[in-house]
Write a protein that binds this ligand. Structure first.
Ligand SMILES: [Zn+2]
Length: 86
């Protein structure tokens, strides 16, 4: 059988999460990680965090041209989303 999806453990998912969010993995791998994220309570929040982080970063970059303030703005935005502890 070639359509068997290998079981991914959490560490494997975490390692590939950025590439997954960027859509840079193979179809098979994207599907395997997607399936894992649906079921795994441990990886779900991490996925949410990284997706929000990238989205926020993109927004900040498109809105502001001062690179020195990007980090602060991202951290503030993430804090507003409830992701970063005060
Ligand atoms: Zn997991």
């Amino acid at each position: 059988m070639t359509d068997m999806t290998p079981m991914l453990d959490c560490d494997a998912v975490m390692r590939q999460l950025w590439d997954y969010i960027d859509g840079e993995l193979t179809e098979e791998r994207m599907a395997a990680i997607r399936a894992h994220l649906v079921l795994c309570a441990r990886c779900q929040p991490q996925h949410e965090f990284e997706r929000t982080f990238l989205k926020t970063l993109a927004q900040v970059r498109s809105e502001h041209s001062n690179p020195g303030s990007v980090r602060e703005r991202v951290m503030a935005a993430l804090h507003n989303e409830g992701f970063v502890a005060a």
